[in-house]
Design a protein around this ligand. Sequence first.
Ligand code: MSP
Length: 526
Amino acid sequence: MSGAKHPEKAPYYITTPIYYVNDAPHIGHVYTTLSCDVLARFMRLDGRKVKFLTGTDEHGQKVERSARAAGMDPQAFTDKVSQTFRDLSAAWQFSNDDFIRTTEPRHVEASQALWYKLKEAGDIYLGSYAGWYAVRDEAFYGEDELTDGPNGKKIAPSGAEVDWVEEPSYFFRLSAWQDRLLAFYRDNPDFIAPDSRRNEVISFVKGGLRDLSISRTTFKWGIQVPDDPDHIMYVWLDALTNYITAVGYPDENAQEFRDFWPADLHMVGKDILRFHAIYWPAFLLAAGITPPKRVFAHGWWTKEGQKISKSVGNVIDPYDIVDHYGLDQVRYFLLREVPFGNDGDFSHRAMVSRMNNDLANDFGNLAQRVLSMIYKNCEGEIPAPGELMPSDEAMLAAADSLLPHVRSELSVQGFQRALDALWAVIGQANRYVDEQAPWVLRKTDPARMATVLYVLAEVVRQLALLTQPFMPNATERLLDQLAQPADARDFAALSQRLASGRAIDKPQGVFPRYVEPETQTETGDA
Ligand code: MSP
């Protein structure tokens, strides 16, 4: 939709973390990107110019080791694995506008430019690092953070093993940023969400910050430090920079940079909040660049109550679950099942319950009942309403209140509450059908039946429009079945009522029921 329709609306820039290419994509990756995809789709439909960025994090020791283990040169290895993340975007219908790879020239240039800025600002000095490092997390840890592991190794709070590292290193003067960071958090109360995470970050920073080692010399797979070829940049400094590379940095006058920076939202998992909420704003402030507006740390998924891990062998393959339950169904489940920010459990039972109850029964039956009654009893055309009764007005008012409600929930990443609000109206519409009993009106008062069915068709249209970001396929089919033209499918279409008189085709259910493989006796929805 053109920006001209909503000239007052600000552009929206949203990012996923860039994913390490050491491993195949799993549920954790799709969850982060899915949440961004829903927001990006919502904002576009709401008339905003959107940039939605994802990509791959390709440097560092962890990736280098994985390449070696695969018997491949790191660049060839990252080319191959990065492609699997692109393929995943297509399979999950992620609508990202750009896909960044940290091995691209534009990114090398941006990272080196940021390094210069930090150096010019006097925030970088040469020293030597002696301390603990976890390759799995690509993170440095203080002695006080570690515990003893079973095999005599020390363990980081994340569960990763750490190794002792001693090497020459450049440092970023993070210790000097403690007060300025605390002031920044105080002045920008929405910068870290949810609140519990914000409090954790603030108390961590209050506990004191050590200077951060930002270069390595013991391996080569990374971006060279400008003017010192013995050093490569610490992979997190390189990785975080991707968010500004993608909008044209170091050209801060680039149109994209001016439109989209500071980013509206960096979506991250709770495990990588420290990098985004402490290091990243410190780097940016030091370089004279405005930090992003917000960082949201989401929770982690377990499966059937168990931590997901390769050693347990319970990794959820993002292709398998889509094949098994359907893409829209899984997208809906992941964002409806838990309050966003909390951890969640993926269980077959819960998935099937959402699929059959919320989708097939509640939304699916509502749409199917309404469309079939119109198809059969209104000569296959959207009927014209007569005079509205208070019950009709109340039904329409409930639907009309959805856009501002959902918009406000999604502005704070309240996916579950947004869906709760949508399903409350679905519930109300199902009760309205039962109370109005249009199948009885067909014989007693056909004009009244037409009004009731018109009200219901309008409510279904609004629900289909508003649930598009979550379930792009089923809603597309619903809008097709309501004969909605392509230019009436964004949220501007909510400010007008459904047009009467359009012919509709014979409707078909869009939310199939889940049928257990051994008991395939039921069919279709409704
Ligand atoms: N490369 C860094 C990010 C750099 S951003 C400048 C990285 N990559 S990652 O591949 O490990 O990213 C994983 C993302 O998936 C993180 O946001 C993480 O929280 C998320 N998840 C990994 N496992 C997960 C679950 N079991 N559940 C939910 N999300 C989890 O970190």
